[in-house]
Design a protein around this ligand. Sequence first.
Ligand code: GUN
Ligand code: ZN
Length: 432
Amino acid sequence: MTETSGTAIRGQLLWFTGAPDTPSNIHHIEDGVLLMEDPKITACGPAKDILPRLPKGTAVDHYPGHLILPGFIDAHVHYPQIQIMGAHGKQLLDWLNDYTFKAELAYRNPDHATLNAEFFCDELLRNGTTTAATFCTVHPTSAEALFTAASGRHMAMIGGRVMMDRHAPEGLRDTPQQAYEQCGALIRKWHKTGRNRYALTPRFAPSCSPEQMEVAQSLRQEYPDVYVQSHLSENCAEIDWVKELYPERNGYLDVYDHYELTGPRSLLGHGIHLTDAEWQSLADRQTTLVHCPTSNLFLGSGLFDLARTRTENIPVALGTDVGAGTSLSLLATLGEAYKIAQLRGASLNAFEAFHMITLGAAQALNLDHEIGSFEVGKTGDVVVLDPNATPLLHHRMKYTVTLEEMLFVLMTIGDDRAIKATYTAGEKRHSR
Ligand code: GUN
Ligand code: ZN
């Protein structure tokens, strides 16, 4: 090894190189070292092998008794909605009108956007999240604020200015022409600038006219490697409304399919109430579904069929969907995903769960060349978990025997307090 300055992290390492139903895809080193050199992972292995070879002067952050995993990935979240988390008593469409749109109006003010984007990114890091697919508002300043905040923290951020030209109050509606110009300018400025990526963000079919959908389609043709993020079949009243608004289409998903907004790098939140034909289309096109359990429970939207994503071979990732979601913690979100699986007569084991928020999500987002595991050459995005972070965790952990049990307890009773440290691009950005 050459004499460069890097950061080494020592502790119990865990990462995946494929689905954990194949045990050889689970990599666990009791006393391991991960070496990161601006910003990449340059070595990973047992401490006894790596420590003697570390370049002179490398700082070693030692976390005895901690678990070290690749940074978590939140595949669906709305940063402008942090301020309306826990708004009482509505299902989706009323919740949007009564709380969400009111809050989003404030983002025309760049200072408000900046304040909230900075707070949001700090909260992600406090929760061990190093990558997020994030909705902004219709205002270009909201996307500017997000990408600026993420860049300052070297996070791998996917974000987009919401497109919506109908069924929203004055001040939150754009026109197809404005969407084309403003989203195009944001793509040229931010897509693949540093670690940022742009996502075309037609909010959902009801808020986009056919002309607006055509704009999204054109932008995707012009910039074929951008992402698409939207919502799909979250709520029964919403689905009926889409059928009224798009009678010529064969259901909700067909709206997005028709405008070529599906396939790899398209992330559709929810997908709770799908027809067999829709499951088939998602599988055929390899469109990603994002499961948002805390949001689905909070809004009473329904119980996602996670098991069917596996049998149909559909890419799936996990989202907090704040502010309908009730936590930015992907640990807490996994706990609720488990409960929803239970209510559906299925299950979710701890290895599947942690795979879903690391490598599984990276693969679903086509980012597994950069993030999601500790393979040499990937970027150094890391979360350090403290299994003893609270008196309850400490007490409970005394009665765990296996690694899998420990992980399951962390996703059942753990939250942001269990995040000891978070690193992005090889440097510590949060510590507790
Ligand atoms: N559908 C359209 N917009 C939204 C939103 O902001 N949150 C959720 N959960 N669903 C939506
Ligand atoms: Zn959402």
